[in-house]
Design a protein around this ligand. Structure first.
Ligand code: UDP
Ligand code: MG
Length: 337
């Protein structure tokens, strides 16, 4: 069945291998890019001069991505393919990849060649220099203007919420130390945003500039709605700040209201009941308060929604099969609960 529940004992016999590097790549309908990706990734992996495994997660692709990936796995013992039962989303796919990898250093990468595989050695070097997490920073992003603007806002917000300032939380070209990956997997969080979650466990975090290209082929899987969805998940997943702000605003408004009521009362006593202006003011205040109540309800709803999703304890992803060398010893079995 599923890979739901407690952490799979990731440290099996293989993890005794020194600095094994795992490269984890989520794939959803990327058949247009996979051959080009592998053509560029393969020499990079070989040139690393160390043991390396490449884990592709097929996130329920409807094109022939899975067949192409299985072809890679059949032809190269370093490649493994985790086949998910349907589309669970990029971050859930990453979690499935993390649970199925063994590397002491874990590198993540997009499949659409927006992240140049040639940058991987730089990330690994930065991890070996003593960092727990190394993020790629797309200084010259090749995306639409609205994406860049949305990203800038999101990076500011994420930096405040997570408490670890970074220029680029959205770049998936990143590297992690094994203990960070294990903690992230152990969280088994629904609607996880991997870079933020990882940073919240890291002691030393670095950011290095990396190249960024336009999507090689196919289309982005994100639209404005799914980006907004991701942002809300991020806010409610990491912080109680919005609720606190609401409570404080509530208190402030209560105080102002009390003063305002006193003024209105004074006005009434001095000028008598014919002052219509006061009535309109009252309406204005009332509307403001109604708006605020709606906002508060929405936000509280967001948190309750999260609790609901957590207590349901549905799996983040379901692994249908693992293809490739060494597939039998991991991932395809449900973990002990
Ligand atoms: N992806 C995935 N599952 C999804 C959506 C995306 O595995 O539901 C993968 C996708 O194949 C790609 C990466 O996540 O490798 C980033 O997706 P995309 O390029 O569409 O995002 P963008 O670069 O536009 O932010
Ligand atoms: Mg992309």
């Amino acid at each position: 069945m599923s890979n739901l529940g407690k952490i799979t004992p990731i440290r099996d016999a293989r993890s005794s291998v020194g600095e094994l590097v795992s490269i984890v790549i989520p794939v959803y309908n990327e058949s247009a890019n996979l051959h080009a990706l592998w053509t560029r990734l393969n020499p990079v992996v070989s040139a690393l001069g160390r043991e390396c495994e490449v884990i592709f997660i097929d996130d329920g692709s409807r094109d022939d991505s899975l067949e192409i990936l299985r072809g890679f796995a059949a032809g190269d013992p370093r490649v493994r393919v985790v086949e998910l039962a349907r589309n669970f989303g990029q971050h859930s796919a990453l979690l499935a990849g993390f649970r199925n990898c063994h590397g002491e250093i874990v590198v993540t990468l997009d499949a659409d060649l927006q992240n140049p595989p040639e940058e991987i050695p730089k990330l690994i070097a930065a991890i070996e220099a003593g960092n727990d997490v190394v993020g790629g920073w797309r200084e010259e992003r090749q995306d639409r203007a609205y994406r860049r603007l949305a990203s800038r806002l999101q990076n500011r917000l994420t930096s405040v919420i997570v408490g670890v300032p970074m220029h680029d939380y959205g770049c998936m070209l990143r590297a992690y130390r094994r203990h960070i990956i294990e903690t992230v997997v152990e969280c088994d969080e629904k609607a996880a945003f991997v870079p933020a979650l990882a940073n919240s466990f890291a002691k030393r975090v670095a950011e290095i500039p990396v190249g960024h290209a336009e999507r090689a082929g196919g289309e982005s899987k994100y639209n404005l709605f799914s980006l907004a969805h991701l942002s809300l998940n991020l806010i409610t997943g990491f912080s109680m700040l919005p609720m606190r702000v609401l409570s404080l605003t509530g208190m402030g408004i209560f105080l102002l209201d009390a003063i305002f009521a006193a003024i209105l009362l004074g006005h009434r006593l001095v000028y008598g009941p014919q002052q219509e202006g006061a009535l309109w003011t009252l309406f204005a205040v009332l509307f403001f308060l109604v708006g605020l109540v709606f906002l508060a309800l929405g936000l509280i709803g967001e948190y309750i929604g999260r609790i609901y999703i957590e207590v349901r304890r549905r799996p983040n992803y379901i692994v249908r099969a693992v293809h490739g060398d060494g597939a039998a010893d991991n991932g395809s079995h449900p973990p002990p609960r």
